[in-house]
Each structure stands twice: as C-alpha cells, then as structure tokens.
Design a protein around this ligand. Structure first.
Ligand code: MG
Length: 309
C-alpha cells in the first residue's frame, strides 16, 4: 500500500491519502460506506501509524480490495492534480540520520576533508530538526547570508510503526511501518564551521521527503533497491541500498539500544557516493537547479532550488 499526505488546490488542509498508479483518494473515501461501523478512520499519517497493527491490518485489507477500482471512485483525484506534502509533514522528533553509511561516500568525504577513511564500528548518528521537513515537490530555499555551500544526499527513509527498546536485529523489521525517500540537504560550510552536523543539516526546507510512504509488506527487501539522484537531469548519484555498511535491521538494533523508538519516528539511512562535496572541484547547488532524488519502489522527489541573495 502507498500512502501520501496531500491537499487540494483550493484547500491547504493536509489529508491522508491512498495512492494507486494514477489516482489518490482520502482513506475515508477509499474505504467507502462499507467500512461504516467497522472502526475509526485516521485522518493523518501519524494517526494511522499510532493506531498500530490492530488498526492497520483490517484497514489495509479493506483498502487493498478497493484499490484496483480507485480511478472509478467519484472522490478520487488524479495524483498530478493535488499537492503532495511530506508523508509526515511535522515529525514529533528530529529525523534520525546515519552518516557515512556507504563505503564509497565515506571514502569521498574523507578525501574531501583530507582525512583518513575509517569504517565506523557503530553507525554515525546525527539528527535533522522537524522544521527542516519539506514537501516532495516544494522548493528548497536558503539565504546566502546563512550558507553558501549547499549539497544534496539521496537516502532511503524508514518510518517506525511500533515502539521498541533494545530491539533484536532478528525482530527489527517488525517495527517498521514503511519507507520513503529523503534528500538530506546539507550546508557543508555550516557542518564544518559548527563542528557538529546538526545546524548544517537542519535549515528550513532541508529535508524533502516523500512523495509517498510505502508500507513494509509492499516495499519488500530494503537492501536491494536502486537509489539515485540527478541535478538538472544529470546523474550525480547512482547506487544500491545493498551497499549500506549498516543495513536497516542493524540500524534499528543499534539506535534502540537503551533508547525507545516510537511510532512515527523517521530514520534516514545514509547516502551513497556522488555528493557535491566529493567532486573535484566541489559542486554545490545553485539558484534554479532541479534536484531529483529517487529510490526504486517508492518514487522521486523533485525540488527546485531558490536562493535568496
Ligand atoms: Mg546524509
């Protein structure tokens, strides 16, 4: 199942939608009158996730039946006619991010910073502020007074479905609700200047997310997906999630050691090689650039850069 958060052109109110190949409908509309009396219908992505498997399982079964006929549902809209928001427009916590989780990116980062490439023994973890979250097709904009070296990083995003602490690797996948695409937009000058990465990773709009959230069962194996990024149509990153140093189940095992993961928590799993920082000379994003970040089985973010000078 593919879920999205969307609004209509004449109404900015975000709604929880179910997505078919061509159409989107509010979950309530997709379920139709036959759902009446069978249970509550969540109105937002977080409400759906918070409901836990006792809520999702029957809902997903009912929606799956109606999905093939979604285009004939009078309340369904063509997906291109609505505005998609980030699946979780305002996460309750910072987005938890892996740094240096692909060997090739670890090597290019070390080279660019003049350091030795050392494979970390445990995941490198930092976070991005919830105010950084941005829509899948919304502009990424910044003020040159704040940063002058903005870079892109395509990543597979994981959304937690059920809470857990000290989660064993063998059970880790059971705690996932679904997957999305994240562009971990990064101000390299701020990362370097502030020593810690938080500030440079957290400027407003620096976390485009979406376009949809694909449930765990539909997505399948997260360690076998093509992942790529284009700037103005030119390929900059092209890899596969099989090349992660710490795969998703290990990330969850490590993150949850002594720390509770909760429904709706978002984890960004790191980027492969090809970022602007690693290029000779470095290539940073410019006003008017269009950045397209794609993960197989989910879709692509497409954000235009607007720089305020
Ligand atoms: Mg990153």
């Amino acid at each position: 199942m593919r879920f999205a958060t969307f609004s209509l052109p004449d109404d900015s109110h975000p709604r929880l939608g179910v997505v078919s190949a061509t159409h989107i409908a509010e979950l309530r509309a997709a379920l139709g009158p036959q759902w009446k009396g069978k249970g509550p219908v969540p109105g937002s992505m977080l409400e759906l996730i918070d409901g836990g498997p006792t809520m999702w399982t029957p809902l997903l079964a009912a929606v799956t039946e109606s999905l093939a006929g979604l285009s004939r549902n009078s309340e369904a809209k063509l997906i291109d006619s609505v505005r998609l928001h980030a699946p979780i427009p305002r996460p309750r916590k910072n987005v938890m991010c892996l740094g240096l989780n692909y060997l090739s990116h670890l090597e290019e980062s070390a080279r660019a910073r003049g350091r030795e490439a050392k494979i970390p023994e445990v995941p490198v973890i930092f976070t991005k502020s919830p105010t950084a979250v941005n829509g899948p097709y919304d502009p990424i904009h910044w003020d040159t007074a704040a940063t002058q070296q903005v870079d892109y990083e395509v990543e597979l995003g994981v959304v937690i479905g059920t809470a857990g602490k000290n989660i064993a690797r063998a059970n880790a996948m059971d705690h996932i609700f679904g997957y999305t695409v994240i562009n971990d937009v990064s101000a390299r000058d701020l990362q370097l200047r502030h020593m810690q990465w938080f500030k440079g990773k957290s400027l407003d709009g620096f976390c485009p997310m979406g376009p949809v959230l694909v449930t765990r069962d539909e997505f399948g194996d997260p360690q076998n997906k093509a992942i790529s990024l284009h700037v103005n149509g030119v390929e900059k990153q092209n890899s596969n999630t099989s090349r992660m140093i710490f795969p998703v189940d290990v990330i969850i095992e490590q993150l949850s050691k002594g720390m509770t993961l909760e429904p709706g928590d978002v984890i960004s799993t790191g980027t492969p090689e090809g970022v602007g920082l690693g290029r000779t000379p470095p290539e940073y994003l410019n006003d008017g650039d269009v950045v397209e970040a794609r993960v197989e089985g989910i879709g692509a973010l497409k954000n235009r850069v607007t720089v305020i000078r």
